[in-house]
Write a protein of this length. Sequence first.
Length: 692
Amino acid sequence: MFGRTFSVRLQALRVSRRNFSLTRSALVGQNVIEKIVQKFSVGLPKGKKVHSGDYVTIQPAYVMTHDNSWPVALKFKGLGAKHVKNNRQIVNALDHDIQNKSEKNLTKYRNIENFAKSQGIDFYPAGRGIGHQVMIEEGYAFPGTLTVASDSHSNTYGGIGALGTPIVRTDAAAVWATGQTWWKVPPVAKVILKGTLPAGTSGKDVIVALCGLFNKDEVLNHALEFSGDRLDQLPIDYRLTIANMTTEWGALSGVFPVDQTLIKFYRDRLQRLGPNHPRVTEKRIDELERNPIRPDEDAYYDKTLTIDLSTIEPCVSGPNSVKISNSVSKLSGDNIKVNKAYLVSCTNSRLSDIKSAASVVKGHKVAPGVEFYVAAASSLIQRDAEASGAWKTLLDAGAIPLPAGCGPCIGLGAGLLEPGEVGISATNRNFKGRMGSRDALAYLASPAVVAASAVLGKIGSPAEVQGLPCPPEHHVSTSIMVNDKPAETESADNSTATAGQVLDGFPEKITGEIVFLDSDNINTDGIYPGKYTYQDDVPRETMAKVCMQNYDPEFGSKTKAGDILVAGYNFGTGSSREQAATAILARDMPMVVAGSFSNTFGRNAINNALLTLQIPELLAKLREQYKNEKKLPTRRTGWIFNWDVPKSVVTVKNASGDVILKQKVSEVGPNLQAIIVEGGLEGWVRAELKKQ
């Protein structure tokens, strides 16, 4: 990456493991993620300390939905709900398709607004700004809170010390109806940002570097905690950009600490908002300063990644992947012509971003043949940009203004990439076809580099706009340390390990023969063919028949009801279709075990009553067993899987009856059991509404 070599040091701390153990809460302190989840969990057993791997019922401080508010409302109504549980918990903000003036879209927008008014929900109309920015500006997302949204970039809230994480539409409807949903606490990684950024670099350069250097799923489905010896010198806007793109890095959230830089940010906000704001108050800021959430000294982190900020230079992701990164100086030498440039989206359209771009283009014009689109993240930011003169500077240079909101970033509205074109953008995603044609090339960069490229007509640096050469490439210093699980104390009598509660209707044991799907990244198209996704009348028998058809046409003849599927890493990646889970259930298979799961699949599985377990040790043993045999996509193993639910212990025996694995797994608490017993989250919501 970056046209040079870099070293990644991998260190493993060897700590003995035990098959039977006390709960980790008796042995280890909590990190920040676990402390926030603890605060917003409900129904925990007395004395229970929340840790990674736990399934919990969460009552988030707020839930935001955007243009998808109407589909969520329809799902909410379909559950039999008439009134939201807590209208102070819900925010609706229109932001995605605001350039679409069709009667169909305007009708949807009216439906959302009318629903919000009828329920007393806080509503922000089209043009007010991107929902995530509104959540921060208006104090809904606040340090130390758990705030969710039915959008993948709710990670943005981590920039101000909140735990922001995405949920799916069914979850949003559940929160509307009951105030609650479920969450599995993910593994937590510490990301150390050492040193300070050189002049001319930004938060975007940091996250682009992290995505490009650590590009082997090191943080997939993790929650991240950022720290560093000079973190106080990292502006809040930079933190928001970094947190926002932890999504593209593969994480579920990325949280920065509460420090004096953040406190000053809120005191400045308070002056702007005035003393009567309902959420950003002097009392709340004072309490935040007195009692910031800090990790315990003995908090456990799954791994620690380090990058030296002083070694970072302006860099670019792409084309069409955030995992491909190069320095601006290298790409400048490649003379990559640019057709379109974008300063838009929830990633890099705040005031400092607009000012940065304006400082580059001042006194210059956008190159002939280049379209440079700009949109502020909110109406308040646009007003400030206009007052500062930065907005006029961009327009005078030839930039094309768009309304405050989303748009080209997600392939909506004006300025999409045409076949054969090259675009450079300060957005978060450059997936193939996302910003227009699949036959176009998309790159990501900082606002300064995007603005410079618009002026130069090729990917280049701000220095070149001033007639100076690009800075030379240099070494980026990084490291990674993977930690083994902390040593746990073995029970005095394994056979009498304390049994957990099992609800009526939930099985105490789940047993079946293991069918091994020896592939990583099995996607939802492979599990359930896309051509059936939008057919609402597909019978259960057909779903069972086509299950895994695109992954392995022989899957149906090799498997039977009651089998336990064991797959590789990142199972269920790809689109969010719920049928990927329900098709497996249609084959009467009770659960899936994998090295890891796509977060969206994991949520859809539980929401539809399909159990999942993440056991990478079992995957490793299966791959070792068959390493010298021809690789098969689907293999019957003869190994018998047994999950003792009350004891939270999985035992695997081979065809000869020898114990291959005996391991403690995550507890399935009464909250999660209740969802499964009721046939999924929608069934659980209906049951809760009946109680009410």
